[in-house]
Design a protein around this ligand. Structure first.
Ligand code: HEM
Length: 497
């Protein structure tokens, strides 16, 4: 039980792990208990006397999971360069462009270049600021939809999850592809399918050497079809952009930078040239799809979890609403200028990310060269997960770890910026999420508007402690059941009927 040794690895001191079966290795520990992977992995570490590192074999894939602050620091800071690669599963490979990696994929010249463009051009603080009007307009549509639901006769609850998802996908789509994308529904269906394909365990990824697994799983076929469809849609979007650019140039009007969406930015960078790796259309499409996938579900889920925790904790809800209503003094709309003074609201988002990190194991890293971590051997090619979910609920680092208490961050200077390894919902180091500022801007404004204009009631008969908080795993962890609540208007929005 203590040391898991594989034939040929006898000289290695691998981290402890649970017993394994032939062929499937440790998979049954994750699949049979009916719990999600991050919870199952936390349970295994606990049963191994709180082991900071555990070793699993998932099919043919050797996996190490970090479950303590110090172990997280080792992978994300001390040895960050050696773990900056992402494993390249066969599913991801099928969805790649012209043999090029996706933005998330391999650590190399292309990744470095695209990461730089992402940070300096696509998701910089200045660029995020330039999309302020998109966020404010979309949040105002959200508020109108909620006000309409509140005005509906009867006591029916509205589907808050669905409406928040619409807010985020529409905002992200406008930012990335612009207002003109009429094939919205097809695009969303394609992304939904991509999420289904890449989430969870699939046979061909666990048994990369097996043709049978590839055939039985059928994922490769689905992935290839999905890839073709998504790329065709991106082609369409890019053509629209090019036509518009040509029309603008012909009219000799100069498009100001504020009007650029992210496809425009990428086409401009492509035209400027001078890059180490030329920016092909394939790469542009892959980047947009990546950013969309990374940016929508994560933020939407966090807002839903925040609303859920607030419903379970009426004291926190009242305090947040009092802060908003005292600060805004009856203003008809919340704008981004108002956010700076909303300190408690920001702590609520922080506490939500602590208890509900939407990427609970971070995205997988791969060990490039064999090395020793905390006295254990980590062989080259091992996939590494950091169990952020377990670490940010660990009693060693957090008082009342399971309780939703935003005030905890008033007395400890712990933040999610990637320097406090007990709390890294956005990761840390070279691979830290580049969308943090983007995400924060959309989440803060949406939550502020929902709490400022409305009071919220649980469906009839449900007590706060009874709200279902079960999780389900896609690429991110989301609510298993949509959140239904009844809104009551407290501060009527600008154009209220
Ligand atoms: C609450 C919202 C979000 C959370 C919790 C989140 C979390 C994460 C995490 C944990 C990673 C992996 C970090 C690692 O491996 O160390 C990641 C990567 C990434 N995120 Fe986010 N994210 C969020 C929003 C966004 C948004 C809004 C965007 C873009 C608009 C975005 C774009 C990306 C990209 C491109 C990567 C891959 C970076 C790389 O591999 O170099 N994320 N995110």
């Amino acid at each position: 039980r203590k040391l898991t040794k594989k034939r040929g690895n006898d000289a290695l001191r691998l981290p402890p792990g649970p017993w394994q079966l032939p062929v499937i290795g440790s998979l049954h520990h994750l699949l049979l208990r009916g719990t999600l992977a991050h919870r199952a992995m936390a349970g295994i570490a606990r049963r191994l006397d709180g082991a900071p590192l555990i070793y699993l074999r998932l099919g043919e894939i050797p996996v190490v999971v970090a479950s303590s602050r110090d172990a997280a620091r080792e992978f994300l800071k001390t040895r960050d360069a050696n773990f900056a690669n992402r494993p390249w599963s066969s599913t991801v490979r099928t969805m790649m462009v012209d043999g090029q990696g996706l933005l998330f994929a391999r650590y190399g010249a292309l990744w470095r270049q695209m990461r730089k463009i992402t940070i300096l051009e696509l998701l910089s603080a200045r660029r995020v600021q330039s999309f302020r009007h998109v966020r404010e307009e979309e949040v105002s549509r959200l508020v109108d939809a909620v006000a309409a639901a509140a005005a509906a006769p009867g006591e029916a609850a509205m589907n808050v999850s669905e409406r928040v998802a619409v807010l985020i996908t529409d905002s992200v789509m406008r930012v990335m592809i612009g207002d003109r994308f009429e094939r919205r529904e097809e695009f969303l269906e394609g992304l939904d399918e991509a999420i289904k394909i890449t989430s969870g365990f699939n046979l061909s990824d666990l048994f990369p050497s097996s043709r049978l697994a590839r055939l039985v799983g059928g994922t490769a076929r689905r992935a290839a079809a999905n890839h073709r469809k998504n790329f065709e849609l991106m082609d369409y979007a890019i053509k629209q952009h090019e036509q518009r650019r040509a029309a603008v140039a012909a009219a000799a009007a100069d498009g100001t930078e504020e009007e650029e969406d992210l496809v425009d930015v990428l086409l401009r960078v492509q035209k400027e040239g001078g890059l180490e790796v030329p920016l092909t259309m394939g790469i542009i499409k892959a980047v947009i799809l990546d950013l969309f996938g990374a940016g929508s579900e994560t933020s939407a889920n966090t807002i839903q979890w925040a609303m859920s925790e607030l419903m379970r904790n009426p004291r926190v809800m009242h305090k947040a609403q009092a802060e908003l209503r005292d600060n805004l003094c009856g203003k008809p709309t919340v704008t981004e200028d108002d956010l700076a003074d909303l300190k408690y609201l920001k702590l609520i988002i922080r506490e939500t990310l602590r208890l509900h990190p939407s990427v609970p194991l971070l995205l997988p890293r791969e060990c490039q060269e064999s090395c020793k971590v905390m006295g254990y051997d980590i062989p080259k090619g091992t996939t590494v997960f950091v169990n952020v979910w377990a670490i940010s609920r660990d009693h060693k680092y957090w008082d009342d770890a399971e309780i939703f208490k935003p005030e905890r961050f008033e007395s400890v200077a712990v933040d999610f910026k990637g320097t406090d390894f007990e709390f890294t919902p956005f990761g840390a180091g070279r691979r830290i999420c580049p969308g943090m500022t983007f995400a924060q801007a959309s989440m803060d404004l949406a939550l502020a508007a929902l709490l400022y204009h409305f009071d919220w009631k649980l469906p009839a008969g449900l007590l706060p402690g009874e709200l279902n908080m079960e999780e389900v795993m896609g690429i991110t962890v989301r609510r298993k059941h949509d959140l239904y609540l009844r809104p009551v208007v407290r501060v009527p929005p600008q154009d209220a009927p």
